[in-house]
Design a protein around this ligand. Structure first.
Ligand code: COA
Length: 373
C-alpha cells in the first residue's frame, strides 16, 4: 500500500529557483535573498529578481518599470465588465473573472514563445491592480481615472482607488507589503497555477485558477477574516473572553498557524512594525493591542504563531483599504510570484499527475438492472 500524504504535506513536487520557505528556522528567501534583505528593495526590483533571477542594474530596472507602466490600460470590454458587474460581487471574484477575460482579448495566448509569455506576465502585473481599483470605484458610482505612467505599482493602485496620489509613507508601506507577499514557494495558489500551466494551458487560465485558490479562508482569505474578528471582538478588554470561547468551540483563529512555519513567520515582524506605527498615527492603537493579545494567547495556549495575514490586515486597514480588497491586494502582490512560477514551469515542464489511494467499494461490483436497485 502506498503512503498517502494528506494535503501533500512534506511532499516535494518540483524544483524551483524562485523561493524557499524554511519552516523550522522561520526563514524565507527569494532567489537566495533573505526576506530581511528584500525589504530594502522596491517591489519592481523584486519583480526583476523573480523574472530574471538577478537584481536589476539601473538600466534594467528602468526597462522593466517602463514596460510595466506602459501596459496598465485595460481593454474596453474589461472596463465595461467592471462597470456593469454586480456592485455586491466580491472584488476577488471580479478579479478572477477579469483575468480570465483578459485571456479572451489575447488572441496569441496559445503555443506562444517564451518572450510572449513574459510579456503577458508583465501585462498581468501592470493590470491586476487597475482591475481591483477600478471595480472598487465603479461599485461606488465613481469615475474611473485614466491610468498614469509616473507612479510605482503601489502608488498607482492607491491613486486609482482614492483618486489622489498617496503620501510617500503610504506608498512605501504598501510597497513593502507587496514585497513580503510576492513569493512563497509551493503554497496552494502557486501550486494551482503550476498544475494548470503543466497541462500547457495558458497564463490567464493558470492565474485565474490561482486567484480562485487564494480566496479561500485557509489561504489568502485569512487577512479579511482577521479584521472581521477584531471588529467582532471590539475592544482589548473583551479579547480574553472571546478567545476562550472561540478556542473552546475549536474555532480556527484567522492569521494564526501555518503548514510550513513551525516558528514565527519571518514576514510577520515587518508587518507588525508597520501596523504599530500606522495605528499609533491614526490614534487607533486598539487594533494592534488586540492583535498582540490574541497572538500571545495563541502562542502560550496552542504553541502557534502569527502568519503573514495577521498583521497585514491591520496595515491595510490603516491604509484605508476596504476589507474586501485585502485578499485582492494579496493577489496583486503575488501576481509576480505566480507568473514567475508559470514561466519556470514551462521552462522545464512535466505534467503534474499524482496518484490517489482508492478506499471505495471492493473491485468487481456487478451492475444490477435499474428495476432491481
Ligand atoms: C494555515 C493552516 C490552514 C495550516 O493548517 P494545517 O497545517 O493543516 O494545520 P492543522 O489545521 O492540521 O492544525 C494543527 C493543529 O493546530 C490547530 N490550529 C492550527 N491553526 C489554528 C488556528 N488558526 N486556530 C486554532 N487552532 C489552530 C488545529 O486545530 C490542529 O489542532 P488539533 O491537532 O488539536 O486538531 C491553519 O493553521 C489555519 O487554518 N490557520 C488559520 C487560517 C490562516 O491564517 N491562513 C493563512 C495561512 S498563511
Amino acid at each position: 500500500m502506498s503512503v498517502v500524504s494528506k494535503g501533500l504535506e512534506g511532499i516535494v513536487a518540483a524544483e524551483t529557483r524562485l523561493g524557499e520557505v524554511k519552516g523550522a528556522e522561520g526563514v524565507l528567501f527569494y532567489c537566495g535573498y533573505d526576506i530581511n534583505e528584500l525589504v530594502k528593495l522596491t517591489y519592481e526590483e523584486v519583480v526583476h529578481l523573480l523574472y530574471y533571477n538577478k537584481l536589476p542594474n539601473k538600466a534594467e530596472l528602468e526597462a522593466l518599470t517602463s514596460a510595466l507602466r506602459a501596459e496598465r490600460e485595460l481593454p474596453d470590454g474589461v472596463i465595461d465588465f467592471l462597470k456593469t458587474a454586480p456592485k455586491t460581487a466580491k472584488p476577488i471574484d471580479i478579479m478572477r473573472t477579469a483575468v480570465s477575460m483578459l485571456g479572451c482579448y489575447d488572441q496569441k495566448r496559445h503555443d506562444i514563445e517564451m518572450s510572449e509569455n513574459l510579456a503577458n506576465a508583465i501585462r498581468l502585473i501592470a493590470q491586476i491592480g487597475v482591475i481591483a481599483a477600478y471595480f472598487h470605484r465603479a461599485r461606488q458610482g465613481l469615475d474611473l481615472p485614466p491610468v498614469r505612467k509616473d507612479l510605482s505599482e503601489a502608488a498607482h493602485f492607491l491613486y486609482l482607488m482614492t483618486g489622489e496620489v498617496p503620501s510617500k509613507e503610504a506608498e512605501r508601506t504598501l510597497d513593502i507589503a507587496y514585497i513580503l507577499h510576492a513569493e512563497h514557494g509551493f503554497n496552494a495558489s502557486t501550486f494551482t497555477a503550476r498544475v494548470v500551466a503543466s497541462t500547457l494551458s495558458d497564463m490567464y487560465s493558470a492565474i485565474s485558477a490561482a486567484i480562485g485558490a487564494l480566496k479561500g479562508p485557509l489561504h489568502g482569505g485569512a487577512n479579511e477574516g482577521v479584521i472581521h474578528m477584531l471588529q467582532e471582538i471590539g475592544s482589548l478588554d473583551k479579547v480574553d473572553a472571546w478567545m476562550a470561547d472561540a478556542l473552546a468551540q475549536k474555532k480556527k483563529i484567522m492569521g494564526i498557524g501555518h503548514r510550513v512555519y513551525k516558528v514565527l513567520d519571518p514576514r510577520a515582524p515587518h508587518l507588525r512594525e508597520m501596523a504599530i506605527k500606522l495605528t499609533e498615527q491614526l490614534g487607533e492603537a486598539k487594533w494592534i493591542q488586540m492583535s498582540e493579545r490574541i497572538a500571545q494567547i495563541m502562542r502560550e495556549q496552542k504553541g502557534l504563531n502569527a502568519n503573514v495575514d495577521f498583521y497585514s490586515a491591520t496595515v491595510y486597514y490603516s491604509l484605508d483599504i476596504p476589507t474586501d480588497l485585502f485578499t485582492p491586494v494579496f493577489a496583486i502582490a503575488r501576481m509576480s510570484g505566480w507568473t514567475a512560477h508559470v514561466l519556470e514551469q514551462w521552462s522545464e515542464n512535466r505534467l503534474f499527475r499524482p496518484l490517489s489511494e482508492y478506499v471505495g467499494k471492493p473491485y468487481g461490483q456487478k451492475v444490477v438492472p435499474i428495476e432491481q436497485r
